[in-house]
Design a protein around this ligand. Structure first.
Ligand SMILES: CSC[C@H]1O[C@H](OP(=O)(O)O)[C@H](O)[C@@H]1O
Length: 380
């Protein structure tokens, strides 16, 4: 198999990529986002001064990825509170910006609860705003810590499941620093393998239609000087058939109580391929992505996105031509099916890795324990 590395030895920038940060300039607090729709061509920052700007950034995937959506949502509540906007209204808009990633709602509710508690206790809106900000900062910090622990647990699982030597892992979509307060979820496992000299190859699914793999995972892999190769989503099957994949690592947007996993569309076919070829399919996500209140996969709302994301290709330099602002790759007026996620049933999941360890096999008892832990962590 040709191993065209895209090593970027000349790229000496820090490997961790801050996807967002809270700043307090003289003119008032802001949430600064790295606009992920402009990557990898341009590193452009979006400055959000209110929740409505953040809602739009979430909807356009300028900021994206389940754990980071939770962090952004919490900061969005704090931003509304600090700037004197209606907090409950802002919280509702933020939580409703995208339906599938449970972490968005979890993060918004955490900051909202802190705000409500402080306001009830003190009657002071400034103290209530400070409490919301403290909750967002705590969530940001906790997610970074969780990311490091997931990476360690995930690497230990790879070493346990796979023969000694370098691991060849395939990943789908993007689950690195750009979805996290730290270095991500599934990607963080591959990065840990790389740093320990145990990553032989990172196969990067391009992940149509928005190309999170080609644009973002390849960007992160290059920044970390990893041995990675990009492939079209429809080439994954031939890799499995050639025996070139030792494990699949994916993130998650919501894990139902029965162990069904919602993740970027294209994850389910990978799980089927992995099962057919006897390759571990490993889901890496924080405990808070387990949703005890969603009983099964059929109960997960899968976001349906605009058809033009399928019928057009866009890039920052692309002139506006089609309905969505890109270059049509299908006849104008073509209808497109564009679910942002799909759902993998629990029987195809080899393991769920959280910051608390690896759950494998994914039994009903193990899931009940994960659900209980999720409730505990979410409330705190
Ligand atoms: C580990 S969370 C990353 C997760 O989010 C992605 O979805 P999107 O890019 O639409 O936010 C995808 O499902 C990733 O697995």
């Amino acid at each position: 198999m040709a191993d065209q590395d895209a090593r970027s030895g000349e790229d000496k920038r820090p490997t961790e990529i801050p996807a967002l940060r809270w700043e307090e300039p003289p003119e008032g607090p802001v949430l600064v986002l790295l606009d992920q729709t402009r990557l990898p061509a341009e590193e452009v920052e979006l400055v959000c001064t209110d929740a409505s700007a953040l809602v739009e950034a979430i909807r356009s995937l300028a900021v994206r990825g389940a754990p980071l959506l939770g962090i952004a949502g919490a900061y969005g509540v704090a931003l509304a509170a600090v700037r004197g906007f209606e907090v409950e209204e802002a919280a509702a808009a933020l939580a409703g910006a995208r339906p599938t990633a449970v972490n968005l709602t979890v993060g918004v509710r955490r900051a909202q609860a802190a705000h409500q508690e402080a306001l009830a206790r003190t009657g002071d809106t400034r103290q209530a705003a400070a409490a919301a900000l403290a909750a967002a900062r705590a969530l940001h910090r906790e997610d970074a810590e969780a990311s490091a622990r997931m990476a360690a647990h995930g690497l230990a699982l790879l070493d346990e499941l796979l023969p000694a030597g370098g691991h060849r892992v395939l990943t789908h979509c993007n689950s690195g620093s750009l979805v996290s307060g730290g270095e991500g979820t599934a990607f963080a496992v591959a990065l840990a393998a790389h740093r320990s000299g145990r990553l032989r190859r990172l196969w990067v699914d391009e992940t149509r239609p928005l190309l999170q793999g080609a644009r973002l995972t390849a960007y992160e892999a290059a920044r970390n000087d990893m041995a990675y190769t990009l492939l079209t989503d429809n080439a994954a099957g031939s890799l499995f058939a050639a025996g070139e994949v030792d494990a699949v690592l994916v993130g998650a947007d919501r894990i139902a109580a029965d162990g069904s996993v919602a993740n970027k569309v294209g994850s389910y076919p990978l799980a089927v391929l992995a099962r057919y070829h006897h390759v571990p399919f490993i889901v890496v996500a924080p405990v808070t992505t387990v949703d005890p209140d969603t009983p099964d996969g059929a109960s997960i709302e899968v976001e349906q996105r605009p058809g033009y994301e399928v019928t057009e290709v866009t890039a920052p330099q692309v002139p506006v031509t089609g309905a969505g602002g890109g270059i049509p790759v299908a006849p104008l007026g073509t209808q497109a099916y564009n679910p942002a996620f799909d759902v993998t049933p629990p029987e195809l999941v080899t393991a769920i890795v959280t910051e608390e360890g690896a759950v494998s096999p994914v039994t009903a008892a193990a899931l009940a324990e994960l659900c209980a832990r999720s409730r505990q962590v979410t409330i705190s």
